[in-house]
Write a protein that binds this ligand. Structure first.
Ligand SMILES: CC(C)(COP(=O)(O)OP(=O)(O)OC[C@H]1O[C@@H](n2cnc3c(N)ncnc32)[C@H](O)[C@@H]1OP(=O)(O)O)[C@@H](O)C(=O)NCCC(=O)NCCS
Length: 345
């Protein structure tokens, strides 16, 4: 699957996507007359060409064939997504998601707005998954046509904070009361040493495990961060909060982010870390245009390295002697996972 800007010589293919998808999808919702009127109004060459010339039309190609299209316009205070259509035979292939995440990435600091016909539950579900929320209703631009639902997605790559369910873990947004548990986990000697948070055993001994004001503010504000994703890791067997998992340091221009995870003693060594890593990585690649997730693991932490390898990360280099611990230097191993490895193509 490849997403690119449409060229003028894609005009016929873009129209083909729109007309075919309209005729396959809308008659049961709108009736035939609306469909034919809409095709004349919105899918004529005169209606489609200006968007292509203004570089506001994207296409998704599979095997060098255009299977999906999107058209948008950036305004001062929002980006309007006018059209998003995937040929019936390509639906479920990820083409719609690839186009939508690309449009969201191009929106940058602008919220994205769209409308869809009342009754198009499938489209509604896809948009919700990518962070759109219903904001209102609009009457049809065609006389007698069905009403349209308006949806908007606030700006930011990680505006929506999901709950992700695995077999062993649940990843969920932080809630009030989590800070006490997190303070204890963050003071765990293994966590402190293996995450490079301290430089000596003496510093570990000074940790109290009691949250101060800075830590309270930190966890109280995690869900309001549009450009990073901090989730609590819950052990489903006990319902207990056992750690946290984070995508941070977003580099939107290069579509790259950093990953980190830490589990307290109650969460380790039972496969929770591997499953949690797989869940957040999958979520990130499926709901954003992220191309690369990278991490650093210290050479004295083979368990974490093994966890990341199991979750599909590849070692790509070593930052030599990056950490000083109790007077010894420790290498940091750089690992990454790419969108193409994860989603294929
Ligand atoms: C690293 C961490 C997230 C891993 O999560 P986890 O739930 O403990 O790990 P899992 O049980 O999913 O998998 C651990 C794997 O490492 C293996 N392992 C454990 N100790 C190991 C060691 N000393 N050497 C090599 N592999 C080791 C386990 O056998 C298992 O692999 P397997 O399934 O093939 O047997 C978690 O242990 C943790 O948070 N540790 C403390 C903080 C930390 O190190 N954070 C990461 C900083 S980069």
């Amino acid at each position: 699957m490849r997403v690119r800007e449409a060229r003028v010589d894609d005009l016929d293919a873009v129209i083909h996507v729109g007309v075919t998808t309209w005729r396959a999808t809308y008659p049961p919702i709108t009736g035939e007359a609306y469909v034919e009127e809409g095709i004349v109004k919105w899918w004529s060459p005169e209606a489609v060409l200006p968007g292509i010339q203004n570089r506001r039309v994207l296409v998704a190609e599979a095997d060098d064939r255009v299977v999906a299209m999107a058209a948008y316009t950036p305004f001062e205070d929002h980006l309007m997504l006018w059209k998003l259509y995937v040929l019936p035979e390509a639906q479920g292939s990820g083409a719609g998601r690839e186009l939508l995440t690309e449009v969201i990435a191009r929106a940058g600091d602008l919220p994205v707005r769209l409308t869809h016909l009342v009754g198009n539950g499938r489209a509604h579900a896809v948009y919700e998954r990518l962070g759109f929320v219903e904001t209102g209703m609009e009457t049809s631009p065609i006389d007698g046509g069905p009403e349209e639902i308006v949806m908007e997605r606030p700006a930011g790559w990680f505006v929506s904070k999901p709950t992700l369910l695995g077999e062993k873990v649940e990843l969920r947004p932080f809630a009030e009361g989590d800070v006490e548990t997190m303070a204890r986990i963050l003071a765990d000697p293994e966590v402190l040493r293996l995450t490079g948070s301290v430089n000596s055993t003496a510093e570990i001994e000074a940790e109290t495990g009691v949250p101060d004001q800075r830590l309270r503010e930190w966890y109280a504000t995690r869900n309001a961060q549009p450009d990073r994703l901090d989730l609590a890791v819950v052990d489903r067997a006990s319902g207990a909060l056992v750690g946290e998992i984070v995508l941070n340091e977003l580099d939107a221009s290069n579509r790259s982010a950093n990953f980190r995870i830490l589990l307290g003693p109650d969460g380790r060594g039972r496969g929770l870390g591997t499953e949690a890593t797989r869940l957040i990585v999958d979520h990130a690649f499926r709901t954003t245009a992220l191309n690369r997730i990278e991490l650093c693991v210290y050479a004295f932490n083979p368990r974490a390295r093994r966890t990341y390898e199991k979750a599909g990360f590849t070692v790509e280099g070593v930052q030599r002697e990056a950490l000083r611990y109790d007077g010894e230097y420790v290498d940091a191993i750089v690992m990454s996972r790419l969108r193409s490895e994860h989603l294929g193509g």
